[in-house]
Design a protein around this ligand. Structure first.
Ligand SMILES: [Zn+2]
Length: 306
């Protein structure tokens, strides 16, 4: 009788030890991001210390994500929300309110805005009235797939993660550095591939590419949209076609979520071609990682400009 009691006690103690191990040092940060690019970068920093989920898909227009109950379920359990900022993912605030999770409300330690410290392009010179439908009222928010910004973005993520899991900081730093080493190697390749096209003009459907194009010395000559988020009007398209002919512009870049047929019609009239690039990680087949998406965009664009 006595030995069974001892055995029971020993087992009970062992169970408590196992449970505390699983619940203590092993607990991963529960991270939610608004867009897939940030999932890729948060995974690069968090590694084994973070579980990362995202609220949207790479084929979607991130400006117009619909807030769904599934979003709120993900957010309810989150320690961290990584957001793009500059109003691209302003809908996340609605989802956070619905999730009722104080960890990730605006201003809390668990909220990471990756735009901190980035130089913003296309900031309107005059105040833009959102009622006009312009979806870039504070400047262009599409910086996430510019590889030159990945060091700042991953630093913002690292600081945020370390606020909540200080013990993990050395691991986050190592993970980030390993990722940046890979990225730097790829950057040399991308720069070399696009070098022959320096100064070339391209037309874009939505102004999603200005950071990427500027990084590699390419020029955005026009957009098919009248203004960011405002559909193309016939008069505007006629002017774009004239400009493309006059300036011998060869390429229109289209986002996976935009009207490819319309872009192809314009391209045909202008004697150019329309290509779909990954406006986000996962936007097209073969663009499943951060470096993979940029690889895809650099290769497709250089082929089209040749
Ligand atoms: Zn946009």
């Amino acid at each position: 009788m006595h030995w069974t009691k001892t055995l029971c006690l020993t087992l009970a103690v062992a169970l408590v030890v196992v449970a505390s191990m699983a619940g203590g040092a092993e607990r991963k940060l529960r991270v939610v991001t608004t867009i897939p690019d940030l999932t890729a970068l948060a995974q690069a920093v968090g590694g084994d210390l973070a579980d990362v989920e995202t609220l949207t898909r790479g084929t979607q227009n991130a400006h117009e994500a619909e807030v769904r109950p599934t979003m709120m379920l993900k957010l309810r359990r989150a320690d961290v929300l990584v957001e793009n900022g500059l109003e691209l993912d302003a809908w996340a605030d609605v989802a956070v309110t619905g999730a009722n999770n104080p960890n990730i409300v605006r201003g809390s330690a668990g909220r990471i805005d990756i735009s901190r410290g980035l130089p913003i392009l296309e900031v309107p010179a005059v105040r833009v009235d959102r009622s006009m439908g312009d979806v870039h009222p504070l400047g262009n928010p599409h910086y996430s797939l510019d590889p030159g910004f990945a060091p700042t973005i991953t630093q913002n993520i690292l600081e945020g993660f370390s606020r909540l899991a200080a013990d993990g900081r050395p691991t986050f730093e190592r993970n980030r550095q390993a990722f940046l080493d890979q990225l730097n190697e790829a950057m040399t390749r991308w720069t070399k591939t696009l070098e022959p096209f320096r100064g070339a003009k391209v037309v874009v459907y939505h102004p999603q590419w200005i950071y990427f194009l500027s990084r590699f010395g390419l020029v955005q000559a026009a957009t098919l949209e009248d203004r960011p988020g405002i559909p193309a009007s016939p008069g505007h398209l006629v002017r774009v076609i004239q400009q493309m002919k006059a300036e011998r512009i060869k390429v229109i870049i289209v986002e996976p979520w935009n009207d490819r047929k319309l872009a192809e019609r314009v391209a045909q009239e202008a004697g150019a071609k329309a290509i779909v690039l990954a406006s986000m990680v996962g936007g097209v087949k073969g663009a499943d990682s951060y470096i993979g998406a940029i690889d895809y965009n650099v290769n497709e664009l250089s082929r089209a400009l040749r």
